[in-house]
Design a protein around this ligand. Structure first.
Ligand code: AMP
Ligand code: TRP
Length: 361
């Protein structure tokens, strides 16, 4: 779908910069942690990082105004408690930096209806309700492209479900470059690279191995939240859906030995999910986990899994609690982050306005 004149290699012209975001649309989950936040922390050692709490995205579906501000603080607290350092990285909430909404509008005029119509997340979220959902839910990926490109970010760590949105971001950047920079290389915006890393880039629901673990699932038993205490984690894992067999052996690995086989994923999705979570949370490869656990019963394995999840999450949830009791500290981080973010985004937005020919008399 891309009309790209600009290629990925043009990226070498742009300094490395990471951008990513999480929506404050509910309790933050194990899926967010393994698919996204854990990589956010790691990337701080490699590149300049900007991490956003995307509140403008959250309101594409109804959010209780009385809750939204606290949810925004909670995601911020999760970032901090997981190890994002607000001195090294920029942490802020999206609505504080107006360049996102402004560039989002420009990109609504760049992205084509045909591209947007292909977005599977919109189809899933809108479902049968297509005529009644907000216009913003449809435009959501154009705002996401604006988030990233307002900083000319070159790398975006996300879970597997965001792959399509990042392809759209690349198409928007390429079309903007083609329309407004002509033959000038490398164009105005970089062609962003997704970073989808780890053994659990798509964590599934504990109640249904065919559904993504999600903040917005009506059942709290379907997910583990970063704020769950040890008892809640133990209960949710104990009740997690499994199958009647024991844990699989080497045949469950994919041909290259790095991942799980498609057969295991399709025939025993719950086993595949719990094994992936265990590998990711215990920092082992799937091959190591399968070798150690083959033939074990789910009852035993679930105890081991509970242990690794509790061990990793208890310090995070304790620190989140401390931060949630100290709103002033969290708000100060967001204010400082917004100021630093705006200082980067404003001139980039002005440059884009200039290319488009918007007059600044
Ligand atoms: P969201 O909760 O939709 O704002 O997602 C924030 C980040 O977490 C994105 O990078 C998602 O791809 C990632 N994420 C959300 N749910 C999952 C999941 N179940 N497994 C892996 N990554 C996820
Ligand atoms: N759409 C992402 C999600 O739901 C959240 C998001 C918004 C994002 N803007 C972003 C992620 C920019 C990465 C970069 O998971």
């Amino acid at each position: 779908m891309s009309s790209a004149k600009t290629t990925a290699s043009a990226n070498t012209e742009f300094p490395n910069r990471v951008f990513s975001g999480v929506q404050p649309s509910g309790a933050i989950t194990l899926g967010n942690y393994l698919g996204a936040i854990r990589n956010f922390v790691r990337l701080q050692d490699e590149m300049e990082c900007i991490y956003c709490v995307v509140d403008l995205h959250a309101i594409t579906v109804w959010q209780d105004p009385a809750e939204l501000a606290n949810q925004t603080r909670e995601i911020t607290a999760a970032y901090l408690a997981s190890g994002i350092d607000p001195k090294r990285s920029i942490i802020f909430n999206q609505s504080m930096v107006s360049a996102h909404a402004e560039l989002g509008w420009l990109f609504s005029c760049v992205a084509r209806m045909g591209w947007m119509n292909r977005m599977t997340q919109f189809k899933d979220k809108a479902g049968k309700n297509r005529e009644k959902v907000a216009l913003g839910l449809f435009a959501y990926p154009a705002l996401m492209a604006a988030d990233i490109l307002a900083y000319k970010a070159t790398h975006v760590p996300v879970g597997d479900d965001q792959k399509q949105h990042l392809e759209l971001t690349r198409d928007i950047a390429a079309k903007f470059n083609y329309d407004f920079c002509g033959e000038d290389q490398p164009g105005y915006f970089p062609i962003t690279e997704p970073i989808i890393q780890g053994s659990a880039t798509r964590v599934m629901s504990l109640r249904d191995g065919s559904k993504k673990m999600s903040k917005s699932d009506p059942s709290d038993m379907s997910r583990i939240n970063l704020t769950d205490d040890a008892d809640a984690i133990a209960l949710k894992i104990r009740k997690a859906k499994t199958d009647p067999e024991v844990l699989p052996g080497g045949e469950a690995l994919s041909e290259d030995g790095q991942g799980l086989s498609d057969t295991l994923r399709s025939e025993r999705p719950e086993a595949a999910n719990l094994l992936s979570i265990y590998a990711a949370m215990s920092d082992q490869s799937l091959a190591q986990v399968i070798e150690a656990k083959q033939g074990h019963s789910f009852a035993d394995f679930k105890k081991d899994l509970t242990e690794v999840v509790v061990e990793r999450f208890s310090p995070i949830s304790a620190e989140m609690q401390r931060l949630m009791d100290d709103k002033a500290e969290v708000d100060a981080v967001l204010r400082d982050g917004a100021e630093r973010a705006a200082a980067i985004a404003e001139p980039i937005l002005r440059g884009a306005y200039d290319r488009v020919g918007l007059l600044k008399p």
